[in-house]
Design a protein around this ligand. Structure first.
Ligand code: KIV
Length: 266
């Protein structure tokens, strides 16, 4: 696969071909996933839970993220590397710019920020400075304490209206991608149609422009032994991790994953 860029992702959206994204935290998995055709490797702050064993993503630092981005970069075979700005790393303009510089210099191609409409200011600033940004809307795990748990977002009409408006405002501010986590499938479909930038979903139904799963979840390695409803174990029936990655890419492209049972109703 030739190197994936923002233009590749934009063309995939325009052509209707779905984008396959997976979280990834090290060189070996980066090599295998990118070889299997995963277009975007997300160095997610979920590493705080799946690698470090915390019960949330809040303890993750910029130094942690930079370490894992650098490892992913060394194994990557042409995928686009997206990295999470961890909790409070973009609380002020200065912190945001400084921490983005650290992560881009470690090997990221794009940064991801969790929030809502208020992300327009930092995203506009980043776009002006040449740093592509993805806005993560819906269930934003860094805000788990204010959300009162890992719950579906956007089920009430006022919340849904706000999320649609935020998505459009963030595109106008210069966001290059949106990620929707745990939102009703119908709302995710409306947002995907309302914006020109690629929209990636997790627990957001099959109508988004692409899908992402946490690596450990899709390999059936959930620490608690219980996975969220939107997860499918792609290791089942496969004899290697490489085969599981290929099965995931094929299922995303063929739109056989996610199935209706993996989504949420309004
Ligand atoms: O940190 C992460 O892995 C994420 C995914 C859940 C989308 O943001």
């Amino acid at each position: 696969m030739s190197d994936v860029t923002l233009s590749t992702l934009q063309s995939l959206k325009q052509s209707g071909e779905k984008i396959a994204m997976l979280t990834c935290y090290d060189a070996t998995f980066a090599h295998a996933a990118s070889q299997a055709g995963v277009e975007v490797l997300l160095v997610g702050d979920s590493l705080g839970m799946v690698l470090q064993g915390h019960d949330s993503t809040l303890p993750v630092t910029v130094a942690d993220m930079a370490y894992h981005v650098a490892a992913v970069k060394r194994g990557n075979q042409g995928a686009l590397i997206l990295v999470d700005l961890p909790f409070m790393a973009y609380a002020t303009t200065e912190q945001c710019l400084h921490n983005c510089a650290t992560l881009m210099q470690a090997g990221a191609h794009m940064v991801k920020l969790e929030g809502a409409g208020w992300l327009a200011d930092p995203i506009r600033l980043l776009a002006e400075r040449g740093i592509p940004a993805c806005a993560h809307l819906g269930l934003t795990p860094q805000a788990v304490n204010i959300l009162g748990g890992y719950k579906v977002q956007g089920r009430h009409e006022a919340q849904a209206r706000q999320m649609r408006a935020d998505a459009i405002a963030l595109e106008q501010a210069g966001a290059c991608m949106l990620l929707l986590e745990c939102v009703p499938s119908s709302l995710a479909e409306e947002i995907t149609q309302a914006v020109k930038i690629p929209v990636i979903g997790i627990g957001a139904g099959s109508a988004t422009d692409g899908q992402v799963l946490v690596l450990h979840d899709m390999l059936g390695l959930a620490l608690s032994g219980r996975s969220p409803k939107f997860v499918k174990n792609f290791m089942a029936g496969q004899d290697s991790i490489a085969a599981a990655f290929s099965a995931y890419v094929q299922a995303v492209k063929a739109v056989t994953f996610p199935a209706a049972e993996h989504g949420f109703s309004a």
